[in-house]
Design a protein. Structure first.
Length: 496
């Protein structure tokens, strides 16, 4: 073959490949499954504009001033709000009923004095409506708002978030930074994520690398069937490649209550709980770390009436094993008020059964009764009250057992101390008078002067002479602490 013929053949092959590539590229574009999903879903995704009326005077403290959720949601308007109002913000939502009910995030509309919804019509034009809040749930950060449309509206079909797999392709539609009807795509990068933002706890998130920014909040996360599997929530400042969505099954659980009652009616046991460490499991007679430890029992609530105590470990609810405190909270939340639940509890190594009728979760979510203050006996600076002098020598010797853990001085509780530190009149224990600021007892556990030590390693301590027996030769101890009427557990390791 001559060189001229060979060159002609190569040119022909290159042209053929080029044409093939063009054809292939065109085929991909026309068969891209995202395009028809977006076209169908976009008309049911709405933009939400909110206004708040408040005024910040010089020197006035704002409770959410440093909350990144508010800063990111309101963007540049946040700085304006710090001086004066009105403050404006933007979010997203999607239509769930033809009559105009819209699902969004609670933080998008909470506290709004005016809510305006922009709906994209089939002809490409927009129409705006004034909306009202039907119901909201801060726990799951969800809200339903309502507009009054002139005709039936398109709705998005709700999918099954439990069936979602990590690695599955997803699509987010929303209003990030005011750029309406923006579309991003990615995959589910993780499930069951817990995110902490200030004092608000968010659990069971779907995590995605589809870009979710401020303004996307409340918009839908769609699977490749075009069904909603999550509600997008932008809450992590400066995150890149990290988006989070509330599973749609959570919304399904509560939407009926939101519409019927304006809030979610949840079961309430009247306790606070925490996870169990290995040391806590040993101290309180639990064979493994499975279960939720009762931090505190709120006076007058169902758990207190049933005889549940601080330090009890809940290992089963209605026959279902409880893995940790999060599982406990989620399970109780799903049970309706007025329902009687059967609990299996481990108390100091003994397995016990309780039947408790749940109350309705209070709006404040603490359920605590008012606590009475102690008496008014006087004492001098060494803690010697009217009842006579303290056994100082014994107190100091026995207190040495706590020094290695960072608590350098404790004393038997007196009526005067109850009054000084606001300790419940029914509580007994040892008062912390001094903590080494260079230890984890101060930095990590947060123990402070005036805290009341009720138990050490499961043993009640009412006198300093109880300390040595409770601490023993352990290199790690568990303390039950009471502060301002609430109790909690901390674990301390011996200083090396």
């Amino acid at each position: 073959m001559t060189s001229r013929k060979l060159s002609a053949l190569i040119i022909a092959l290159v042209l053929a490949l080029s044409l093939s590539s063009v054809s292939f590229a065109g085929t991909v574009n026309t068969s891209n499954p995202i395009v028809p999903i977006v076209k169908k879903a976009s008309i049911a995704v709405v933009n939400i504009d909110v206004e708040m009326t408040a005024r910040r005077t010089p020197g006035m403290d704002m409770p959410f001033e440093d909350d990144p959720l508010f800063k990111r949601f309101f963007g540049d308007s946040y700085n304006e709000f710090r001086r004066s109002v009105p403050m404006k913000g933007r979010g997203s939502g999607f239509i769930v009923t033809k009559e105009g009910q819209i699902l969004t995030n609670n933080h998008v509309v909470s506290g709004a004095s005016k809510i305006t919804v922009s709906v994209l019509l089939a002809d490409g034009n927009k129409k705006t409506y004034t909306a009202r809040i039907v119901g909201s749930d801060p726990t799951y950060d969800l809200a339903i708002i309502k507009i009054e449309p002139d005709a039936p509206l398109p709705v998005l079909e709700l999918g099954d978030s439990d069936a979602v797999e990590v690695g599955e392709y997803v699509i987010a539609i929303g209003n990030p930074y005011g750029f309406e009807q923006s579309v991003t795509a990615g995959v589910i990068s993780a499930k069951n994520r817990s995110v902490r933002a200030q004092d608000v706890n968010f659990d069971d998130f779907l995590q995605t690398d589809a870009a979710i920014n401020p303004g996307n909040s409340g918009g839908p996360l769609l699977n490749m069937d075009g069904k909603v599997i999550g509600i997008n929530t932008a809450i992590v400042p400066n995150a890149h490649g990290l988006g989070f969505a509330i599973p749609i099954n959570k919304a399904k659980e509560i939407m009926g209550d939101l519409v019927a009652h304006g809030h979610v009616r949840r079961g309430w046991l009247g306790v606070s709980v925490r996870d169990i460490t290995e040391q806590m499991a040993r101290a309180y007679g639990v064979k493994d770390k499975q279960g939720a430890m009762i931090n505190d029992v709120f006076r007058g609530d169902p758990a207190a009436k049933a005889g549940i105590k601080r330090g009890d470990v809940v290992v089963e609810i209605n026959g279902e094993k409880i893995k940790n405190s999060s599982a406990f909270v989620q399970k109780i939340r799903t049970i309706a008020p007025g329902t009687t639940v059967k609990l299996v509890i481990i108390r100091k190594g003994k397995r016990m059964n309780f039947s408790v009728k749940l109350a309705e979760r209070p709006d404040s979510a603490d359920g605590r009764s008012d606590r009475r203050r102690g008496g008014d006996d006087e004492e001098d600076e060494y803690g010697e009250g009217k009842g006579g002098s303290r056994e100082r020598g014994s107190s100091r010797r026995d207190s040495e057992a706590l020094r290695d853990f960072g608590i350098t001085r404790v004393a038997k509780l007196t009526d005067s101390m109850r009054n000084e530190y606001g300790i419940d009149s029914g509580s007994e224990g040892l008062v912390v008078l001094e903590v080494d600021r260079e230890t984890s007892a101060y930095d990590d556990a947060g123990i402070r002067e005036g805290d009341l030590i009720i138990e050490i390693n499961g043993y009640e301590v009412k006198d300093t002479r109880d300390i040595s027996r409770a601490v023993g030769s352990e290199d790690s101890i568990v303390l039950m602490i009471e502060r301002e009427g609430s109790t909690y557990f901390v674990q301390l390791d011996k200083r090396r």
